[in-house]
Design a protein around this ligand. Sequence first.
Ligand code: SF4
Length: 497
Amino acid sequence: MEERTGRSQSYEVRTFGCQMNVHDSERISGLLEASGYVPHTGEGTPDLVVFNTCAVRENADNKLYGHLGQLAPVKRAHEGMQIAVGGCLAQKDQNTIVEKAPWVDVVFGTHNIGSLPRLLERSRHNREAATELLESLEVFPSTLPTKRENVHSGWVSISVGCNNTCTFCIVPSLRGKEKDRRPGDILAEVQALVDDGAVEVTLLGQNVNSYGVGFGDRQAFSKLLRACGQIEGLERIRFTSPHPAAFTDDVIDAMAETPTVMPVLHMPLQSGSDRVLKAMRRSYRSKRFLGILEKVRNRIPHAAITTDIIVGFPGETEEDFQETLRVVEESRFSSAFTFQYSIRPGTPAGRMQNQVPQEVVQERYERLVALQDRISAQLNAEQVGKRVELLVSAQTGRKAEQTHRLSGRTPDQRLVHFSVPDGALVPRPGDFATVRITDAAPFHLLADSPAEDYAVRRSRAGDAWDRAQADSCGTGAPSGGAPGTTMLGMPALPPRR
Ligand code: SF4
């Protein structure tokens, strides 16, 4: 996309909300770059700002209009600048957005991300806002070009929407009924990511293990995992999120029998109280939940299990909350995403009369977090002394400047900050580093391994990272390099003192 001056138009995507939105934003970036836009970097004002919104949080709309209000004078001062709003809130508020913020150029829904470049063009040409909100999916999101945040990892949607009706959740009304992608399309996309340098792929859906119900194959998800396991060069397969009600043994078997499916399972509990689960319209009960964990641990003893928990759902009593604490204690989650319940407009729970006072929610939340932190710290402490292989990430820890440590993830997704022994090979993001864990905290592990416990395995993803770095500097780079040579884009690692 070039202005008449010949300068490429720059864009910025601001993402709110869940992983599904992060994934959609990668698609939006890919689409824009395929249309000639370039990412906005550094100072100044981008020519295009895209908001990918979320409707599930209370006040999400106020926050959006606050951001849009701040941009109004910026836009007035920059002729030709465009603002687009997409995502769940756009789908929900529809034309209200242009009524409340008439300086917005494009509003697009969750089902028609693919129309964004065309809508921007239409709005520019007609000099008026272009709005398009489809009620059903026109193009499956994953068939669009993607720009990935990390070259070594990619996300692949296997389904969109959800057939469940959890009373706290707005996804079913915003994303619609579950629509499954054809397995061949999914595998082709996974293969394309691997060909592009990815060594890790996460399969994504609101409820991955009901995948296939739409086309009459209840074991389709386990078959998909096994088929992904056959893809050469794909070293780590993850998925999120399953639902305890529909989690079947064939998925556990596929996980246990496919070496590249990582030993980690995110299993959302939401509440340990059967009474609250019923009010949430979650069809499993705590006994079934614990039974699933037991089966997973019998088949995959080293599996790390993570979860989501909501504290203070309407009507939750202290007794109910004690049940949550009991199940958390028994479940031994390696980590948990804990949420304080807040009203999500448009959901059945938001209309319930028995909302729990905020101070009660806060106090319970603090007790739950303290319990989970204790368990996470204990489980992390058990990792000390183990030798693990990390997939090195491009991001480093907050203290990396002082500690000179790099960061990576274990197969079970634990975050490890590690140091490179003097004189040893520095891995690139996407390479694999084997280290020995030397210390533990609740949220991360440290590995200051001696040289004899440290090894680097260079990977295609590391080569791809080098190429991406070189491309962004406008310099060519070899596809690979002999270990020990200085590569373009090598992470800058200050010398150790
Ligand atoms: S399973 Fe429940 S919480 Fe998850 S997306 Fe569906 S309705 Fe929402």
